[in-house]
Design a binder for this molecule. Structure first.
Ligand code: LLP
Length: 419
């Protein structure tokens, strides 16, 4: 459930009519609803209430905006970060270092050092090579870094190939079959405090089955490690729960997910960590856009909107569906190709889509844009980066300024020898 709804014929974010935001901040603009973020955070937490003190670390990659993170920090969430940049954002949002998990297959030496400097809660190690490097740095400081070993369970998550992470030939984690040997070795390194294992098989999962299979394998691994005399006090089950993008989508609910986790992990006797991203952020944001022009087409008209693939990359990258709605719908419908202004055919949000009948100058939204939206933007075609706004009841604030083409050009130089 989200807080974007039609009132008096106009789409509102909570109590704010979207035209008011377009007028104040311009378009395109991402709009987030604080009440929706909070609601999703609570629903997810409540779904895990059967578990013993689980730790929830929001996957910052889904939406790293500082205000967005602040809402989650106030909800008691920690953070799952995958770069020094994300770590600094989580800290700036006030998240406690011990509530931060550092994932990622390519943490640099500087990033490992940064994590140690800040005394973060857990490093999720993705390889022996990374583990040995971290151990060396930590031992040199007289520290023992709290670590989990990320395992690759070789499970097909049944999602888009580009966001699947748990198949044997994906780059993530160590093969689960090799984990006992690797874990035993890492447990001997003085710079590491091996405390558990981590798994994440992919994103936008539409079924619990692959998750349950993966968790089952992790459970067997935990038993095997303990049998070998190794300590396992923590297991990180990653993120991945899908959200509805289009009518008819019916992903498992957080409650169903929580019940499955409870059933599968009941005898593990560990502290569980979760890394939800999309399920918290996805439906808490929309991308507000204006129709530039309605261009006639051979079969269907082209609705050319002022948002483009550089602002919302998911349709171009994954063929993803984002529901498109008019801000002041009349009930009249049309079939249109919805495209952005960028000069490549990939800049297409939808072909032959039935949608509200719109004319040039009218406002519309792409729904479910709160996760992997603004954060995946580029400045392609020198379009800059769009602004982000957060609504809270009847007030709203710009939580990220628009970065114009000229701001970006200001960072560029023509060397003297070309002048
Ligand atoms: N933990 C790890 C280690 C991850 O790699 C990810 C997502 C998550 C947690 C959060 O997963 P979620 O709960 O959001 O499914 N850009 C793509 C999604 C990429 C997801 C990458 N990893 C998209 O727009 O669909």
């Amino acid at each position: 459930m989200d807080h974007f709804s039609i009132r008096d014929g106009i789409l509102h974010a909570e109590d704010v009519p979207l035209p008011a935001i377009a007028e104040a901040v311009g378009t395109p603009v991402y709009v987030y609803s604080r009440a929706t973020i909070e609601r999703h955070a609570r629903v997810f937490r409540d779904a895990l209430s059967e578990l013993d003190a689980p730790h929830i670390a929001f996957a910052v990659k889904a939406n790293p905006n500082l205000a967005f993170l602040k809402v989650l920090q106030r909800e008691g969430y920690g953070a799952d970060v995958v770069s020094g940049g994300e770590l600094s954002r989580a800290l700036a949002a006030g998240m406690a270092p011990r509530d931060i998990v550092f994932s990622g297959v390519g943490k640099t030496r500087a990033e490992l050092e940064y994590g140690l400097d800040e005394d973060i809660g857990q490093f999720n190690l993705e390889s022996t090579e990374e583990a040995v490097e971290l151990a060396g740095i930590a031992a040199g400081r007289g520290m023992a870094a709290p670590c989990a070993l990320r395992v690759n369970p070789d499970v097909d998550a049944g999602t888009h190939d580009k966001i699947s992470t748990g198949k044997a030939d994906n780059k993530f984690g160590v093969p689960i079959g090799n984990a006992p040997e690797i874990y035993a070795r890492l447990a001997t390194l003085p710079g590491l405090a091996m405390r558990g294992v981590a798994v994440h098989i992919g994103s936008q999962l539409s079924s619990l089955e692959p998750l349950e299979t993966a968790f089952g394998k992790v459970g067997m691994l935990v038993a095997e490690l303990r049998k070998a005399g190794l300590t396992v006090s923590h297991v990180d089950l990653g993120g991945g729960l899908g959200v509805p993008y289009k009518p008819g989508d019916n992903p498992p609910s957080p409650a169903e997910y929580g019940a499955m986790v409870h059933r599968v992990t009941r005898d593990w006797d560990v502290t569980l960590t979760f890394e939800p991203g999309r399920v918290i952020a996805g439906n808490a944001g929309i991308l507000l856009t204006r129709v530039i022009r309605v261009k006639s087409g051979l079969r269907h008209p082209f609705l050319v909107v002022d948002a483009a693939m550089n602002d919302l990359a998911r349709p171009a990258m994954y063929g993803a569906w984002h529901t498109f709605e008019g801000v002041a719908p009349t009930g009249d419908r049309m079939i249109a190709n919805i495209v952005g202004p960028i000069c490549e055919t990939g800049d297409t949000f939808a072909m032959a889509r039935e949608c509200d009948d719109l004319e040039a100058g009218e406002l519309a939204v792409f729904r479910t844009a709160g996760a992997y939206g603004a954060t995946m933007a580029s400045s392609y075609n020198s379009r800059g980066f769009v602004a982000e706004v957060m609504v809270d009841g009847n007030r709203f604030a710009t939580v990220a300024d628009r970065i114009g083409a000229s701001d970006i050009m200001d960072a560029e130089r023509v060397p003297e020898w070309l002048a």
